[in-house]
Write a protein that binds this ligand. Structure first.
Ligand code: NI
Length: 153
């Protein structure tokens, strides 16, 4: 088995807050990330596909094809956007690196023309990184208990 990675970049803003919390609690939990008008990151996204090289091409997956898929499904939707407001698949979700990564996985998992999605690694900054290998995790939407919905991954 071999592991092939395509790196993508995007810039986006977000604000971390939970509307079901008080202002004080949001401030206490999210601190600077709770800044009212948001703040930005230059995200780095590493998507790794596992498989064996195709005997005719020598590729596990054609990385140009993977780049085009990532552009279409993810980058075009998040680059230069405000993640709290502009991105349909992040509505109702606190846009932490964890939740963004889960949402990306959900978008990509069954969309690859070759190989199998192995991992998604999202660098929110040089020092803060989330990596996901597809073990079952549920994205929790911030709704009151009676309204709560979830997106099973
Ligand atoms: Ni942030």
């Amino acid at each position: 088995m071999m592991y092939v990675t395509r790196r993508m970049n995007f810039s986006a803003s977000h604000r971390l807050y939970n509307p079901t919390f008080s202002d004080e609690k949001n401030e206490a939990i999210f601190d600077k990330c709770n800044n009212f008008h948001g703040h930005g990151h230059n995200y780095v996204l590493d998507v790794t596909v596992k498989g064996v090289p195709d005997p005719e091409t020598g590729y596990v997956i054609d990385l140009k094809q993977l780049r085009d898929i990532l552009d279409e499904l993810i980058i075009d939707k998040v680059d230069h956007k405000h993640l709290n407001f502009d991105v349909d698949f992040l509505q109702g979700i606190i846009p932490t690196a964890e939740n963004i990564t889960l949402a990306f996985w959900n978008l990509l998992a069954n969309k690859l023309p070759a190989g199998e999605l192995h991992s998604i690694k999202l660098y929110e900054s040089e020092n803060n990184v989330v990596e996901y290998f597809g073990e079952p995790v549920t994205i929790q939407r911030y709704a009151t208990a009676t309204q709560q919905t979830s997106l099973d991954m």
